[in-house]
Design a protein around this ligand. Sequence first.
Ligand code: GAR
Length: 220
Amino acid sequence: MKPHPLPGIVVLISGSGTNLQALIDGVAEGRIQGQIRAVISNRPQVAGLDRADRARIPAQVINHRDFPDRDTFDRALMTAIDLHQPDLVVLAGFMRVLTPAFVTHYQGRLINIHPSLLPDFRGLHTHERALEAGVQQHGCSIHFVNTELDGGPVIGQARVPVLPDDTPQTLAARVQQQEHRAYPQVVQWFCQGRLTLCNGQVWFDEHPLQAPLELPIADQ
Ligand code: GAR
């Protein structure tokens, strides 16, 4: 009998790829039962591409600057992704707004990590804005992507305290530590079939989520 193939994952990046690394490590250590089939970056020469190379994962640059508009870039991206027939497309620090056509094409199998407790601080510069707002808690959210920017149904969130002497950098580092624990966990759940999107709602272990999961969850 042929072994059941592992769920296929394509990871999109734009930069340093520390979340990509957490996923690579998760696969290598058996915490993610999936196969990262490709890494695609919209920026050339970023550190995330070296991480993919070191892990012997096919890595490709599709530079958005080579395309006249968002539609043609997204179409090229879709073609490149679909060659790998992924079950899941993971945005890991991918800093491009995606077109509705792209988002619709991958509906239910496209997830993103955002460095804030959504719906607070959508968009950019989340750590600066959290400090300016004087919040006591900050964190990251992992969500299914829909056509609303950082507005898709939230799967889970990891919280960190904001400390009195925090700078955007110290706060970002604290949030990123949590990102690296939370994202592999969510990706594993998706690979196990425990996590789905149904009529715009997140389902976990065959129940609709009433609130985002608090991540990371021990012993999962
Ligand atoms: C991460 O902190 C991620 O939450 C954020 O970019 C960083 C990428 O770091 N994503 C966004 O801001 C998306 N809007 P990494 O390249 O080291 O994983």
